[in-house]
Ligand binder design. Structure first.
Ligand code: AMP
Ligand code: ZN
Length: 480
């Protein structure tokens, strides 16, 4: 089936509309995604954002784009309200070097994303490795008259900027809204206006992570690293800039302002934001202590979730929601995802055992087209998955000899399922998985036989116990 990348539409947070995706260079995509701050273990909310961008990268590649995917590592801590750097604070707690903190949690981040089988970025730059580039960019902003130095710190002058540009394009905030909301409460006494944000902060003697700059020893502000690194690797203008919804303001609005102050233009054509993973209806986050670590979900060690779930099942759940919608993590949603994932995998393996026939009566091309249309419409993975279940039903009917399929179609279906499940959704299919599924089916049949035996012998206590136990594993028994 020939699909044209010309028909891809992506929702652009800048215009709040789906737009035709046209790239700056033919067949090439430059994409920058804000990475994690490595002062702690990543939680499943963070993972959802990177899992969403993996789908985007994989699909862009599948439809023929040559993608340069840049995702940074923020290894300079940002100041909290207590004026303490998060990484330095963690180093004190763990009694290790700040750079050890950074290494430890960068390793954790990569391990977790590997478990989810995510494509590594082409470039993974670190903030500490690009201090020079950040200083250079700050110097250009000062030169252009949009920043000022005070006591060894440099602030972005939002009043000056607003004379020429509009600030808050992504969040639609105006300067007055920002006064009350700014995350940067510190340094207010040195700023010309409270809305101004730090490009460089003067370091006190107790501050460990600091660098020499034209303004004395200090460290970069939060937003400048992404501007400096995205421009370094993707040029003055690139195709996609992404991150979680919560980064629109102030982080991304500040990035836009910094690029406009230097290059007179918005750095990216498309701004893509992923929605939040919630737990008990509230955003998953470390600060509110409303979070689950991936390892605890995989091992079944979470107090909130009854049992362990494999990374691919968790990823399947994430793709059952569109990336711009919120998704709530719960026992029920995970159990349903587990059933769904196993069913699709079972169908995938079943294709190999289908018996070909000369009188084919199935039609699947229209479903394959719907699968592509779903993805071309702003990467609609839940729709894609619902169409894959339609294919699964066809396979089941052929298996039950209700319908008939030709050898050519068996091969084509196998290829398409491989494309959607492995290449695009990125499920890592273990070659032993088929055997595992068959083994577990045999085990379940044996347990059901024992239950039938108990019922026949009026041992209802035992039969109810078996039903309850299977139920808690997501296996529902219906006595007919
Ligand atoms: P941070 O390390 O806090 O900068 O977060 C790394 C990425 O995870 C950012 O793109 C955030 O927007 C994203 N993120 C944080 N919490 C969640 C959540 N609950 N759901 C989805 N993405 C999140
Ligand atoms: Zn960023």
């Amino acid at each position: 089936m020939s699909i044209s990348h010309k028909s891809l539409k992506i929702y652009n947070s800048l215009s709040s509309k789906k737009e035709d995706f046209n790239t700056i260079n033919p067949s090439k995509v430059g994409m920058y995604v804000c990475g994690p701050t490595v002062y702690n273990k990543v939680h499943l909310g963070n993972c959802r954002t990177f899992i969403s961008f993996d789908l985007i990268v994989r699909f862009l590649k599948h439809i023929g784009y040559d993608v340069r995917y840049v995702r940074n590592i923020t290894d300079v801590g940002h100041l909290e309200e207590s004026e303490e750097d998060k990484i330095q604070k963690r180093a004190k707690i763990e009694k290790i070097e700040p750079m050890e903190v950074v290494q430890k949690y960068t390793n954790n981040f990569r391990d977790v994303l590997n478990k989810f089988n995510l494509t590594p970025p082409n470039i993974e730059p670190t903030a500490t490795g690009h201090i020079l580039e950040q200083i250079e960019m700050i110097e250009m902003i000062i030169e252009n008259g949009f920043a000022y130095e005070k006591n060894g710190s440099v602030y972005f002058d939002l009043m000056k900027f607003s004379e020429k540009f509009k600030y808050g394009k992504l969040s639609n905030r105006n300067l007055d809204d920002i006064i009350n909301e700014s995350r940067e409460l510190f340094g207010s006494d040195e700023k010309k206006n409270p809305q101004d944000f730090a490009l460089w902060k003067n370091a006190t003697s107790s501050h460990i992570m600091k660098w020499k700059s034209p303004w004395g020893y200090g460290f970069p502000g939060w937003h400048i690293e992404c501007s400096a690194m995205s421009h370094k690797y993707l040029g003055k203008k690139f195709d996609i800039h992404g991150g979680g919804m919560d980064l629109k303001f102030p982080h991304h609005d500040c990035e836009i302002a910094q690029s406009e102050a230097v290059y007179n233009q918005n750095p990216a054509n498309f701004w893509v934001h992923t929605n939040m993973l919630t737990l008990n209806g509230k955003k998953m986050s470390k600060s509110s202590e409303n979070f689950i670590l991936p390892e605890n979900l995989f091992n079944g060690n979470s107090e909130l979730i009854e049992k362990g779930f494999e990374p691919m099942v968790v990823k399947f759940l994430m793709y059952q929601a569109h990336y711009r919608n919120t998704l709530d993590l719960s026992n029920e949603s995970l159990l349903a995802a587990e059933r769904g994932y196993k069913k699709l995998m079972q169908s995938f393996f079943d294709i190999d055992n289908l018996h070909p026939s000369n009188n084919e009566n199935i039609e699947y091309e229209s479903i394959i087209k719907k699968c592509y249309d779903a993805m071309l419409d702003d990467f609609n993975s839940p729709k894609l998955i619902s169409h894959l279940f339609e294919i699964s039903r066809i396979i089941e009917n052929v298996k039950k000899k209700k319908d008939f399929i030709s050898t050519k179609s068996i091969n084509e279906l196998k290829n398409y399922m491989q494309v959607f499940l492995v290449d695009i959704l990125g499920f890592s299919i273990d070659s032993n998985e088929n055997e595992k599924i068959e083994e577990s089916n045999k085990l379940i049949s044996t347990i059901l036989e024992i239950r039938d035996f108990s019922r026949k012998n009026k041992n209802y206590e035992m039969s109810d116990l078996i039903r309850e136990k299977l139920n808690s594993l997501g296996i529902k028994i219906e006595d007919s």
